[in-house]
Design a protein around this ligand. Sequence first.
Ligand SMILES: [Fe+2]
Length: 371
Amino acid sequence: MLQISLEGLETHVAVGTNPFVQPRTERMLIVDDEHFIRDVLTQVVAGEGFESGTAQNAQEAIRKLTETKYEMVLTDIRMPGLDGLQLLQHISSHYPEIAVIMITGVADLDAALQALSTGAYDYVTKPFNVLELRNKIHKALGRRRLVVENRQYQLQLEQTVQEQTAELRNALGSIRNAYSHTLEALINALDARERDTQRHSKRVSEYTLLLARRMGIPSAELVDVERGALLHDIGKIGISDNILLKPAKLTEEEWLEIRKHPEIGYQILKGIDFLKEAARMVLQHQERFDGTGYPQRLSGKEILLGARIFAVVDAFDAMTSDRPYRKALTYQKAREEIIRCSGTQFDPQLVECFLSIPEQIWLDTKLSLVA
Ligand SMILES: [Fe+2]
């Protein structure tokens, strides 16, 4: 049975024809299988200054939504074919910015409440009171404006964050480039003096990383350990050619000069902000676990973990590389020597860890750098 309270309707129909009614920007889609209801609703919304379209079922509504932009849908719940709840679902997932008001018979109150919980803005029960309907339309549109503004604000915010993230990423990329160019320049400077330094430095830094990861050093700290290993002998830049490149045996005095290279390296690097940690490792890379190293004669855990790790792999690389005066030692021989020096030159815990890494992995790491 169709009932409509006409309270307020005449006024609104009258206002609808009144040229002084403010036209509104929002457009309504009215969906009802009953012609009379569609007409009444069309007049009510026209009376409020809204333009509207109509559809006699949900399928037609879905098609019209693809053709025209609507801000609000007033839909019946009970309709042949797809019902109002299914239409609501479609609108919620495809047009989240459309406000939906359900029109329902008293018997469908449960359905109306279900609609509210799945995204409808409001509902009116038939027979409906025009004034009440008018108020609900304005209230729903007010809420929708807030939702839309909020969503636009969110989108803007996301866009700003995205833009700033991209800018930061670019800046970081440039800094990283500058870092690696600085590192390269430092290594090249040393390589120009002592050939093959670069390959040795690269190998020991890879070996250091391998052992450091096995020791569970957090990845955030690995970068400093890697740089420290890469630059360990940078201080040799400050040692004169006569000593550094001397083909004959060094005198005691010349050895003392060579032994200054960790400190010289430290002085070079400590002023470069991103190399501060690496500088400490450079300073300590010639220390020995038993305290007989140089320059500070640190012992045990006083020596940075990175420098203790480095000591093991530096010796390993030196033993397994060809030298002008001898061929490279086999892995087995180098391993025996490392075990022999455990507790004196090397931290026994790190020797254990070194031994736990299979020979093939050391070999693969070395070969990956040759390629
Ligand atoms: Fe050194």
